[in-house]
Ligand binder design. Structure first.
Ligand code: MSP
Length: 520
């Protein structure tokens, strides 16, 4: 098993307020980072902000601020949000960091010297919002093929990265490495893109038009623009300076988590850049789907942009994190709706899991004075042990495949099994019959041990409330046992406590709606 795990999110543009799209990738990365730490791996979890380019420049001008002031302010908003969302990143990179700028300049110089970068006069279609040039053949109905917006005709000298020459080996590499791009549909999409001739990549902008970028070391009248700069955050933040020890221990990334809209930039631009630089390739790139909101595209003009802090306040942080991870198949598109949010919380967390916890802990309190009994050795709870082992095994397999929601499905199915076990074994009747005392001990032990399994499996997605629960069943902070049955110590002091996840009903639900989507 690999000893380290390096996971990244995209670095977010600083021109917009953070929304659930940004949060989604970041919580997914956080989930996997926390899970891998629990597995004993050395984790490096990176997120950050993408601060150069025309959009930041324009937004600052509109506000009458210096660009630096603007990007400092917005980068801080992301940083604060991640704190509020209990994100456990190890580093927050900014493309304006001195270390990042140095790496980008060194790479440019090296690739220029190797003949991988050349200049040419270019005439093409430019998409301002995406900050990308397109060829005539790429346009869809005369608009940007990525975002559908209008493009401008531009003619100027620029610098180009010889991306086209890497086409064949990239196709071969993707075909030979099934897991490199996931899910499969995205892998096919990239292969489809590579069916057509791959052009070289324009990587510069004349300063006269836009100077908010990284100055080219070989031409001071030009800066490099968004993608060639931004993608390198993944190596600059890992300490890339030639062959430093730290970098060697971290790179290559084990997982780049991205949204489906930035598939080409990661699977084609980034991979060919790394090949040209001469660095090992990331192990896996996983593109997730997009959220719509109440069935519609999320957009400022529709007033339906979901702000993470509002949802946190309305339903609770861990409930929200759980919903994001459980609601949609990781990799597919999905819909955010208040009905969906509330019913996910009520059904999975309040009714199923929450009831399991509260009834079980109450029984230990009522029948055994709040102390976990010692298992007596009957095979009463054998089926639970088997189910727990099966659940953790499938959970692990799913997470190793980045199938986050499927891992959570396993946990919830296991909760069903434990609830079913309680109903079948009728502890309330066992408690009335002294001769059944040993069986009752085994039922109670088995159920609380199962809760330990569930708490551990849910810890990466709901770290705050699961830590509280694991302490409530008498475990020590940070030491929640292993994947083997029998981690609970007999005699552990169990406190019944308040319900972990209150149901959201009637008026409460209306309040949630008003708080989360005030303009819809
Ligand atoms: N700065 C670039 C990434 C550079 S990475 C080297 C960028 N930034 S972004 O802020 O526009 O978007 C970041 C991520 O948010 C993308 O992965 C995108 O898929 C994701 N989302 C934006 N809207 C989304 C939804 N509605 N739903 C899910 N994710 C979405 O692109």
């Amino acid at each position: 098993m690999a000893k380290k795990f390096y996971v990244t999110t995209p670095i977010y543009y600083v021109n917009d307020k953070p929304h659930i799209g940004h949060l989604y990738t970041t919580v997914a990365a956080d989930f996997l980072a926390r899970y891998n730490r629990m597995e004993g791996r050395e984790v490096f979890f990176l997120t950050g902000t993408d601060e150069h380019g025309q959009k930041a420049d324009q937004a600052a001008k509109e506000k009458g601020q210096s660009v630096k002031e603007h990007v400092d302010f917005h980068s801080e908003i992301f940083k604060n949000l991640w704190k509020e969302m209990n994100i456990s990143h190890d580093h927050f990179v900014r493309t304006t960091d001195a270390g990042h700028l140095k790496v980008v300049r060194e790479t440019l110089q090296k690739l220029y010297e190797k003949g991988e970068i050349y200049d040419d006069t270019y005439e093409g279609w430019y998409c301002v919002p995406d900050e990308r040039f397109w060829m005539e053949k790429d346009l869809v109905d005369g608009n940007c093929p990525d975002c559908g917006r209008k493009v401008d005709r531009i003619k100027e000298k620029n610098y180009f990265f010889k991306m086209g020459r890497h086409q064949q080996w990239l196709i071969d590499y993707i075909k030979a490495n099934e897991d490199f791009i996931a899910p499969k549909s995205r892998r096919n999409e990239v292969l489809g893109f590579l069916d057509r001739e791959l052009d070289d990549l324009c990587i510069s902008r004349p300063k006269s038009r836009m100077s908010w970028g990284v100055e080219l070391p070989f031409d001071k009248d030009y800066v490099t623009y968004v993608w060639f700069d931004a993608l390198q955050n993944y190596i600059s933040a890992a300490g890339f300076r030639g062959d430093g020890e730290r970098f060697k221990n971290i790179w290559p990334a084990d997982l780049h988590l991205i949204g489906k809209d930035i598939l080409t930039t990661h699977c084609v631009y980034w991979i060919t850049m790394l090949k040209a630089i001469g660095l090992p390739l990331p192990k896996r790139i996983f593109a997730h789907g997009w959220w719509t909101v109440e069935g519609k595209k999320m957009s400022k003009s529709l007033g339906n942009v979901v702000e993470p802090l509002r949802v946190k306040e309305a339903v609770g942080l861990d409930q929200f994190r759980y919903f994001l991870m459980k609601e949609i198949q990781f990799g597919s598109d999905g819909d955010f709706s208040v009905d969906g949010l509330v019913s996910r919380i009520n059904v999975d967390l309040s009714n199923n899991f929450g009831n399991l916890v509260s009834r079980s802990l109450k029984m230990v309190s009522k029948y055994r004075g709040g102390k976990l009994p010692k298992p007596s050795g009957t095979d009463t709870a054998a089926s639970l042990q088997k189910a727990a082992e099966k659940a953790i095994d499938s959970y692990t397999k799913h997470l190793e495949q980045t199938a986050i929601n499927k891992a959570l499905d396993e946990v919830i199915s296991f909760c069903d099994i434990v609830n079913g076990f309680i109903v079948e074994s009728e502890p309330w009747n066992l408690a009335k019959d002294e001769s059944k005392s040993e069986i009752l001990d085994d039922v109670l032990y088995g159920v609380v041990e199962s809760i330990r399994y569930i708490g551990r499996m849910l810890l990466p997605v709901m770290p705050g409330s699961m830590e509280k629960l694991l302490l409530q069943i008498g475990l020590e902070k940070g030491n929640y046992g292993s994947d083997s049955w029998g981690g609970m110590k007999p005699g552990a002091v169990i406190s019944a406590g308040e319900p972990l996840f209150p149901r959201i009903d009637g008026k409460m639900k209306e309040k949630v709606k008003a708080a989360v989507l005030p303009d819809v």
